[in-house]
Write a protein that binds this ligand. Sequence first.
Ligand SMILES: [Zn+2]
Ligand SMILES: [Zn+2]
Length: 638
Amino acid sequence: MKVHLPDGTELELEDGATGLDCARAIGERLAKVTAAIEVDGEVRDLRLPLPDGAKVKILRVGDEEALPILRHSTAHVLAEATRHVFPGVKISIGPAIDNGFYYDFEFPEQIGEADLRRIEDEMRRILKQKHAFTRETTDRDTIRQRFVDEDEAYKVELIDDLPADEPLTVYTQDDFSDLCRGPHLQDTAPIKAFKLTHVAGAYWRGDSTRTMLTRVYGTAFFTQEDLDQHLHNIEEAQKRDHRRLGKELDLFSFNDVSPGAPFWHPKGMIVWNTLVDMWRKENSERGYQEVKTPILYASDLWKTSGHWDKFRENMYLLEIEERAFGMKPMNCPAHCMIFKSDRRSYRELPLRMNEVGLVHRHEPSGTLHGLMRVRHITQDDAHLFVTTEQIEEEVQNVLGFALDLYELFAMHFKIELSTRPEVRVGDDAIWDKAEEALHRVLQARGIEYRVNEGDGAFYGPKIDIHLTDSLGRSWQCGTVQLDFNLPERFELTYTGADDHDHRPVMIHRALLGSFERFIGILIEHYGGAFPLWLAPVQAVVLPISDRHILAAEMARDALHSAGLRVQIDARGESIGKRIAEAETQKVPAMLVIGDREAEAGAVAVRRHGRIDLGTLPLDSVIDTLVTERDSRATTPTH
Ligand SMILES: [Zn+2]
Ligand SMILES: [Zn+2]
């Protein structure tokens, strides 16, 4: 038999060869560090025989794709250790999850933090010896009996619920065996950097009428550095949680009278407006024209657009004068109405409309999460109506726009291109042109991107942009989506140079995603310490004592005249306390005035983060702050 390696070469193997045999055929050294094997895109256990003609890729210990296997293998060791420490504990299931793993147990007694450390110690003791993970396929009765003898009722229930013809596999390390599909590592040697993080209650099989089990959460990495970084990031993320900072900095609040819809406070509104103003200006400079469209539409519109059939469950519907209406979940049909409001000529294309588009989408209450997941969504939306020939240049411009914006926030990004699915609308000729154009645009910019074959929408290919924040977390924000469908449904046409009617192509485009979510991301990205141009209060003037208040007021007025958002804090508190408070409020600049400064027309400058710049003339400080604001600098200029 043969398999195909990632570099395109073929490898001849004996019939029935396993993933591990394949690794050995490439090299003994590789075989030693093999964690699993990808077979035709699916990660599989290296002990399984390979199908003839498969495309294979060896996953090594240390590869990111092998992390779930490391984590799940660690969960087995956790279960073994827990049994040693708590005889009589009942085991159930223990999968890998994003960033870690868990295992659900029924403990004979309540456990706490100290118990997690005891279990960890036992795991370390077990891991001192290298134990192989062995895999056996067993007949049902034998394995069932084994769990009956061990009094593991949850495992027995799982077996009884599996289809009778499903082969059962058991993985064993040391004295512990678990019913499991795998895949698993070859042995326990790569399990070194792990930590049990917390416990939570979890109903058996997620069913609230069943027993409440104890879920022990943990995480594991291939190196101690990666684990340390991860634990540090978790701690930082908690400190930076936008819901917590939103309250501390008085930016916004939520109230159960309107779930999933933020109430913006004055300071939050400054951030909002500053962001929107910047966005408007950038759109206008790139030839977009701003529009504003209604929130509420008769159901006819949604029937034409297709939302009535496909998206109604997520829409808020109501009846007015016996006519069915729906609140818009997207702005596109409204922009089609504007396009259709007049005869259009090819000379008007590309026609680019942007809107601070307020849409509503139903999200179940349980999934709402601060600003990150809301029902009231203000999209930084735009639609471009273009000819097929204009697709490439317009997508290129949109992408350039996106990258300029992300650079402004010093955010890295990852790009994915999704291509035609099996079921689709539009001629293959247009799909060919559009997909080629998207590839060319990305390649021309030298951007690395992933292709998701067949993952595009039925109405057109798209580019998704994921931003990475300062804690390394990824957020899907931008999307550039070609659409051959809506122009068809709404019968949009323009008159071509040949005097005939033609269909435009529509490009949907959002770069920040929604203003709500993007501000949430920014708060966490900056830990609440906005760069000067976005900060609700840009400077605070602090007179040391009452006799400096007059000078402080003059300084404030001068800053205010320069258009800076400035406050004065002349309360009777000590200067140290007032500085500490301004630090907590993350005000970018603190300007202190005492005798020396008052006399010299100067201020002692402190920047957020305890950066002392010494005493400087007020005029030059104002110049510096204004330049920093106008250049939308990410870090303070000194
Ligand atoms: Zn397992
Ligand atoms: Zn759209």
